[in-house]
Design a protein around this ligand. Structure first.
Ligand SMILES: [Zn+2]
Length: 133
């Protein structure tokens, strides 16, 4: 399952990052998912919800922002966004697409990513105030 593998990677990365910042709890995780990644946002969220159980990520909010895909054509030089209809037939990880201008094979240059854009962490000190002063 594609989404589960991706969610596992996200959780691992966030945990590592949180540890580096000495976080006691993670409140929010912001994610950017390119539409060309063909990842199901709902499935990602579902997998995430299972994976974060009993970790400092439990009860954290996963906020997903979807990004349009961009293609580039080597034949005519077309570069632009591409509309993906919500058709199950499109939900296959195709490495190439047809150029809307000339019909030649165009390559995907953007929108395949799945990246963590920001994490909001909570530290113990934030709750209790500064002990030094
Ligand atoms: Zn073209």
């Amino acid at each position: 399952m594609h989404e589960l593998a991706m969610a596992t990677q996200i959780v691992e990365n966030v945990l590592e990052e949180a540890k580096r910042h000495d976080a006691k709890k993670v409140a929010e995780v912001h994610l950017t998912i390119g539409k060309m990644s063909f990842l199901g946002v709902d499935q990602i969220k579902f997998s995430y919800g299972i994976l974060v159980k009993d970790t400092i990520l439990e009860d954290s909010k996963l906020i997903v922002e979807e990004k349009d895909g961009k293609i580039e054509c080597n034949n005519c030089g077309y570069k632009g966004t591409i509309e993906i209809k919500d058709d199950p037939a499109y939900h296959i990880p195709v490495p190439t697409l047809q150029c809307p201008k000339c019909g030649q094979t165009a390559k995907i240059v953007e929108g395949k990513e799945c990246t963590i854009t920001s994490i909001r962490i909570l530290k113990q000190e934030d709750k209790n105030g500064c002990k030094q002063c």
